[in-house]
Design a protein around this ligand. Structure first.
Ligand SMILES: [Zn+2]
Length: 220
């Protein structure tokens, strides 16, 4: 039980990350409101995340564009407008997060290659770092203070970038594990439904020994 609870919390954290990356930090506890539910009334969502209905809709549209949510709508009885009801797509949301993390890793790796293959210069006075091209263009003199640029051989940045890559890769592994788990669960659900249908058919069969008559009636 405790293990399942931990898994649910991990899932919530990941979905929360995905929501914030796509729709911004002002989304509050939107992930918590949507996760595990279907057709959540948008007015209820607005109330719970403490935003206006328009702000809430803007957030939900962003998630919709990313494929993370879907909606149904109902026309209000005595009013002319629609109320929208939102459902989170767990698998799609995790896939969105997976792609974001993959891109982040790619970017950091590009930076790493750049750092390893090119030289960078720094003005010790201002702490501003420039590429070799820029340094050359400025005659190796800082445009801010006139100080002479020095070759920046500080390996701290490399370690920092590698650290970021490691951290995101760990996160990505967790996301992928979660996606695999969801797929297994969905597969199991499908198999269960197919078996259910098959059993229902089997149960009907004994009483259904009259299709021969149908053949006869077709001959008319
Ligand atoms: Zn300077």
């Amino acid at each position: 039980m405790r293990y399942r609870l931990l898994l649910k919390m991990q899932q919530l954290k990941l979905i929360n990350d995905a929501v914030q990356i796509i729709a911004g930090k002002s989304t509050g506890n939107l992930a918590e409101i949507l996760i595990g539910k279907r057709d959540v009334n948008e007015f209820l969502i607005a109330k719970k995340i403490n935003l206006t209905i328009n702000q809430t809709r803007n957030i939900l549209y962003k998630l919709l564009e990313a494929g993370m949510v879907s909606f149904t709508r109902k026309k209000d009885k005595d009013k002319a407008w629609y109320t929208y009801f939102w459902t989170l797509d767990l698998l799609k949301s995790l896939q969105v997060l997976e792609n974001v993390l993959k891109k982040e890793i790619e970017n950091y790796k590009k930076q790493l290659t750049l750092r390893e293959t090119r030289r960078f210069y720094i003005c010790r006075n201002c702490g501003i770092e420039v590429s070799e091209e820029t340094a050359l263009l400025n005659d190796f003199t800082c445009t801010e203070c006139g100080n002479v640029y020095e070759l920046n051989e500080d390996k701290k940045i490399l370690t920092e970038i590698q650290g970021n890559i490691n951290r995101i890769e760990k996160n990505l592994a967790v996301v992928r594990e979660e996606i695999a788990q969801l797929r297994i669960e969905e597969e199991a659900k499908k198999t269960k439904e197919i078996k259910k249908k098959e059993n229902a058919k089997k149960r009907k069969k004994p009483g259904k020994k009259k299709p021969t008559k149908k053949k006869n009636s077709k001959k008319r």
